[in-house]
Design a protein around this ligand. Structure first.
Ligand code: SAH
Length: 243
């Protein structure tokens, strides 16, 4: 069973959104497990101090390395990967989600204030991971994001396993537009092709929509997509073949 351990100063916010719907059901069916550790429990002094001012000056407070280390050492599983959610980190993406879904367990540290004492990262072999180029007030919502993206990849958690294969990023493309009833809504009709019943035609239409959307919205994805490389190789092959 895949397990997440979250180190936080606000344990009461978990499982939060992860307790709803299919994830909640999967949690009670033991398809995944969540352990929430209150970092403050590792503070030794009578005020339970977890933070202090930065050396060299500057605004804000930092999570203390000694407190965080004690919390990690007492609670983390042997040889599991530890992520510190941080805007300075490597950008989180679908490939990393897949990688982490294949591990047995994962620890996530939610920072607060100005962040953490840098020394904790190297001494505990911690990977810094960012969910995007913006700054949050704390790592909890970033932890939801990371865990959410992993849970949907775990076997049995989502009802329909096939739904994952069609999804945005799966083939290096963004997903095509989708429609449901009513067929005409506010004078806008669903594209005819989707009503044709011709599965081949629908497949082609969806692929061309995916390509067009990816090119316009995410030229970076389009440039790097395997799909694009495969297309080039295929065109080259046809070109040589026709010579
Ligand atoms: N002073 C830091 C920002 C700290 S923000 C800096 O400039 O780099 C406070 C906490 O919010 C961080 O410790 C981190 O856990 C979380 N956080 C903020 N932005 C994040 C992001 N983009 N991705 C992941 N975690 C983030």
């Amino acid at each position: 069973m895949w397990q997440a351990q979250v180190f936080t100063l606000y344990p009461e916010v978990f499982p939060g959104p992860l307790s709803k719907g299919l994830y909640g059901k999967a949690l009670s069916n033991n398809l995944w497990k969540l352990k929430v550790v209150n970092i403050r429990d590792a503070a030794d002094d009578k005020h339970k101090t977890v933070d202090d001012t930065p050396y060299g000056g500057g605004s804000g407070m930092l999570l203390k390395a000694d407190v965080l280390a004690k919390s990690l050492d007492e609670n983390k599983n042997e040889s599991e990967r530890i992520l510190y959610l941080s805007p300075k980190g490597k950008k989180f993406d679908q490939n990393l989600a897949k990688e982490l879904a294949n591990e047995k367990s994962l620890s996530l540290i939610c920072g607060h204030f100005e962040g953490v004492d840098e020394r904790i990262l190297s001494t505990r072999n911690i990977e810094e991971i960012s969910i995007g180029d913006y700054v949050l007030s704390g790592g909890e919502s970033a932890a939801y994001v990371v865990i959410d993206s992993i849970l949907r990849l775990l076997p049995g958690v989502l009802g329909n396993e096939n739904s994952k294969l069609d999804e945005t990023f799966e083939n290096g493309l963004l997903e095509y537009p989708q429609y449901t009833k009513p067929q005409i809504w506010e004078e806008k009709a669903v594209p005819d092709v989707l009503l044709s019943g011709d599965h081949n035609k629908i497949k082609h239409w969806r692929l061309s929509q995916s390509e067009a959307i990816t090119r316009v919205r995410r030229p970076d994805l389009w440039e790097n997509s395997n799909y694009q490389l495969q297309l080039c190789a295929w065109q080259l092959f046809l070109h040589i073949f026709q010579q």
